[in-house]
Design a binder for this molecule. Structure first.
Ligand SMILES: Nc1ncnc2c1ncn2[C@@H]1O[C@H](COP(=O)(O)OP(=O)(O)O)[C@@H](O)[C@H]1O
Ligand SMILES: [Mg+2]
Length: 258
């Protein structure tokens, strides 16, 4: 099992869209599946968007937060909803109302250990942690992730905020390669090379801006061959490959996770 956490430093660069796109594009060979956990304490767009009325009120992370004691991988899977007909891409829904964020604090450490418990089930986990510095930031998820991906847009404010946030993440997470950045859009106005230099990230991940495919992920829609071949999903496949190679080079020996 791999735990990947996505977050942002400012604005709404596309964290939720990136989490969904990466989980969708993630290689699922050998019976593996991917699970998106919406851990955005501000209330993410996934609930009102992607699954619209399909989620029962109070389900997902809220139900898990209300349970006492440790959680297992099966508890996470039991609350997850299928994003595709085969049930190989799953979603654990988050909160829809930001006032519910305060009730989730005790959930995050239990959720991280339950996510590690998913190893035998072959499930890789993408967590949307929302914006860093939120009052109810899911810090245990950021601390416990194998890789943290900071999502940004190539604007001056985006790059400046991301540079400071990456420095703080590297400081708290140690090993530099366990923290990286994902740029949404290229040359708007800054190019990926310039941004990579400014952030001191050697293999910056890049997601194409593609309104059509992004709105299918956030609003629901037909995920046929056109979607699979969209610039967003092709770039998501390349970014997923980049994350996989980063994981291989940073894999912690068993038993050393904190
Ligand atoms: N790669 C992209 N290409 C085009 N539009 C995007 C992309 N990523 C996000 N968006 C759009 O930007 C808006 C914010 O995206 P979202 O993923 O909800 O951001 P965040 O989670 O950072 O707040 C949405 O309207 C979404 O459709
Ligand atoms: Mg979001």
């Amino acid at each position: 099992m791999t735990l990947i956490a996505l977050c942002s430093a400012n604005g709404a660069p596309g964290v939720t869209t990136a989490a969904l796109a990466l989980a969708w594009a993630w290689p699922l060979e050998g019976g593996r599946s991917s699970l998106v956990i919406d851990a955005d304490p501000a209330g993410s767009g996934i609930l009102p968007g992607y699954l619209q009325a399909a989620i029962p009120a109070g389900g997902g992370v809220l139900t898990l937060a209300a349970r006492r004691g440790p959680l297992t991988g099966d508890d996470l899977l039991g609350e997850a909803l299928a994003l595709d007909p085969n049930g190989t891409r799953l979603l654990l829904a988050g909160i829809s109302n930001p006032t519910q964020g305060s009730s989730l604090g005790g959930l995050w450490p239990r959720l991280v250990s339950a996510a590690h418990d998913l190893d035998p089930a072959g499930v890789d986990v993408f967590t949307d942690a929302g914006r860093l510095g939120h009052r109810y930031e899911p810090s245990p998820v950021l601390d416990g992730a194998d890789v943290v991906v900071l999502v940004l847009r190539p604007t001056l404010t985006g790059v400046v905020a991301a540079r400071a946030a990456l420095a703080a993440l590297r400081e708290s997470r140690g090993l530099v390669r366990r923290t990286t950045a994902l740029l949404v859009g290229d040359r708007a106005p800054y190019g990926a090379d310039e941004v990579a230099r400014a952030l001191e990230v050697d293999d910056l991940l890049v997601l194409a801006t593609d309104r059509g495919a992004a709105s299918i992920l956030s609003g629901g829609g037909v995920t046929g061959w056109r979607f699979a071949r969209s610039s967003l999903m092709r770039s998501a496949a390349a970014a997923a490959g980049g994350i996989r190679s980063r994981l291989v080079s940073t894999r912690l020996p068993e038993g050393t996770r904190s």
